[in-house]
Design a protein around this ligand. Structure first.
Ligand code: PLP
Length: 360
């Protein structure tokens, strides 16, 4: 057998440690996971009710076109139904886009550090990955990313807000970038944390699609909507672009449960608003802590924060783990002395900061 050469250099995705495993390993009753930017407040009650109903239909395949969700979401976003594509999480949309655009003769441009799945999927397709260091302030260096484009460049990935820094690309920067990107290059704007953003100069990206047919926006129900388990993400782009990538999508890639819950969750915007408010208060707990202890952090527009503790991240990670707190070590993310911590409930944040204070 002759497996693709590039697969030999890849490792499977390393997820945050599961709660059950940590409980067993360390003999703990209570374990709090603040490692994968899940919503600590769960999801809307309306979504849970919709799931109860849908459970009667488990024997039936889902609607492969996600028609009901498509209609509901197109109303919510004020876009046409044909400008949407659904994925088994936005992770799958990253895969679909890579399958559609990349091969051995092409290259793609990402920030370093950013969401690792862009590179991972690009490598599987055999494409060259050009990684452009982020700026001192954590933002994408869009000028350098532009300069790296050549005639074989197929995709530029812009993660805004960026994971793992939590920083965002301001409207003026994004506009200037889009106006200069050659039309043969697809720009993927990953807005997984869109709902959490409060910055006033964060661009409203959907209206930009009209002028930029080479733009696709990715969003998800996994983060603020609190439906990570159900795997529903979506892309928004010109109808022509969506039509071109649809054949690369699996026929039944989103589940009945996912579609039903997402429809209900969209109708409960009060839930989102209350989570965003509590998240902002939680972020402030971490900022206050960092200021008190003289620690550097990136101001975040997300439900996580990257804090530099000036000591090996893996050690801090391990010490927190033993006390029942799962966070993300910055080591594998390109920040060897930082932790990426998901904003939890007020009490969870207090508890974790108390432990961290003792360790510092
Ligand atoms: C979490 C995350 C995703 C993936 O979300 P799913 O919809 O659950 O696959 C995509 N992009 C970024 C930047 C993320 O942080």
């Amino acid at each position: 057998m002759r497996i693709k050469e590039q697969l030999k250099q890849l490792k499977p995705y390393q997820p945050g440690k599961p709660i059950e495993e940590v409980k067993r390993e360390y003999g703990l009753d209570k374990v709090v996971k603040l490692a994968s930017n899940e919503n600590p407040f769960g999801c809307s009650e309306a979504a849970k009710e919709a799931l109860q109903q849908e459970i009667e239909q488990l024997a039936l395949y889902p609607d492969g076109y996600s028609a009901a969700l498509r209609t509901r979401l197109s109303e919510h976003l004020n876009v046409s139904e044909k400008s949407l594509i659904f994925g088994n999480g936005s992770d799958e949309l990253v895969q679909i886009i890579c399958r559609s655009f990349l091969n051995e003769k092409t290259n793609t441009i990402t920030a370093a550090s950013t969401f690792p799945q862009y590179k991972h999927n690009a490598v599987i397709e055999g494409a060259e990955v050009r990684e452009i260091a982020i700026r001192q302030d954590g933002g994408h260096d869009l000028d350098a990313m532009l300069a790296a484009i050549d005639e074989n460049t197929q995709i530029v990935w812009v993660c805004s807000p960026n994971n793992p820094t939590g920083t965002y690309t301001a409207e003026s920067e994004l506009l200037s970038f889009l106006n200069r990107v050659p039309s043969h290059v697809l720009v993927v704007l990953d807005e997984a944390y869109y709902e959490y953003v409060t910055a006033e100069d964060y661009p409203e990206s959907i209206p930009l699609l009209e002028k930029h047919p080479n733009l696709i926006i990715l969003r998800t129900f996994s983060k603020a909507y609190g439906l990570a388990a159900l795997r529903v993400g979506y892309g928004i782009a010109s109808e022509a672009l969506i039509r071109q990538i649809e054949p690369a999508r699996e026929p039944f890639n989103t589940s009945r449960l996912g579609q039903a819950a997402a429809i209900a969750a969209l109708s409960d915007q009060d839930f989102i608003a209350s989570c965003v408010k509590k998240n902002a208060a939680g972020l402030k707990q971490y900022y206050d802590f960092a200021k008190t202890h003289g620690l550097r952090y990136y101001p975040s527009q997300t439900n996580f924060v990257l804090i530099d503790f000036n000591r090996p991240a893996d050690e801090l990670f391990q010490a927190l783990l033993q006390k029942g707190y799962i966070v993300r070590s910055g080591n594998a993310l390109g920040f060897p002395t930082s932790l990426r911590i998901t904003i939890g409930t007020k009490e969870q944040n207090e508890e974790i900061l108390t432990i961290l204070a003792e360790m510092l």
